[in-house]
Design a binder for this molecule. Structure first.
Ligand code: DX5
Ligand code: ZN
Length: 217
């Protein structure tokens, strides 16, 4: 995989203690995390409600790590300017969440962020194939989004592999159920950008766990 981008680890703050997010960012940074993954849920596109732009703004002041905002919301076009202004480095939107995906991805870029496109487990790679040339990242959800701590759905690795075969240079992110125990399989499928929530922030020693992931990547 000589053309594949450098591998990155993006711990998901969803599994951190929301009363101590600044500390969680610092522990991940000390462990060598590359990005911080911020799960934005609207209680509609997914059955949970989490973080909004004011929290992202505070996080951007609390850490030097790039904030990777994963929008699991309907009408993402209304929120993109707010997250960009709040300090998001990357904004990833779901193909299933909008009718005008091309317009939305361009909107993210025009707002000054890199952009990603995500697909749920049951959405085929074919759904995002036309836009692969205009994104910085493709996110394969390996659980049904909404909650941390779920089990990785194995057939999603086939989609990671399909994306890697289609675009050897693409940053392919995987999100959901990634643990040290399945990390090798996830990397072998071609994922270059690893999100891990409960595995990292559920660990007794967050710094050591982050380091253990990085050492294997
Ligand atoms: C799920 C979120 C994930 C979540 C992953 O909807 O998009 O980012 O935090 O958590 P784990 O790694 O515990 O599956
Ligand atoms: Zn996520």
């Amino acid at each position: 995989m000589e053309n594949a981008p450098a591998r990155r680890l993006a711990p998901s703050l969803l599994s951190a203690d929301f009363a101590r997010l600044g500390e969680a960012c610092e522990l991940a940074r000390l462990g060598g995390a590359d990005w911080l993954h911020v799960d934005v849920m609207d209680g509609d596109f997914v059955p949970n409600l989490t973080i909004g732009p004011p929290v992202v703004e505070s996080l951007s002041k609390a850490t030097t790590l790039p904030l990777d905002c994963h929008l699991m919301v309907y009408r993402p076009e209304q929120l993109v300017p707010l997250f960009a202004k709040a300090g998001a480095a990357n904004i990833t939107v779901h193909a299933e969440s909008t009718v005008h995906l091309d317009r939305l991805l361009n909107q993210i870029r025009e707002a000054g962020c890199t952009c990603g496109v995500a697909i749920n487990p049951a959405t085929p790679v074919e759904a995002i194939r036309p836009v692969l040339g205009i994104v910085d990242l493709a996110l394969v959800m390996s659980v049904n989004p909404g909650f941390g701590g779920q089990k990785l759905i194995p057939y999603c690795l086939d989609k990671v592999k399909a994306l890697r075969d289609l675009r050897p240079d693409l940053d392919v992110q995987i999100d959901g159920g990634v643990k040290l125990a399945n990390l090798d399989a996830v990397l072998a499928a071609g994922a270059t950008n690893i999100v891990a929530g409960s595995a990292i922030f559920g660990a007794a020693d967050v710094v050591a766990e982050t380091r253990a992931f990085k050492a294997r990547m």
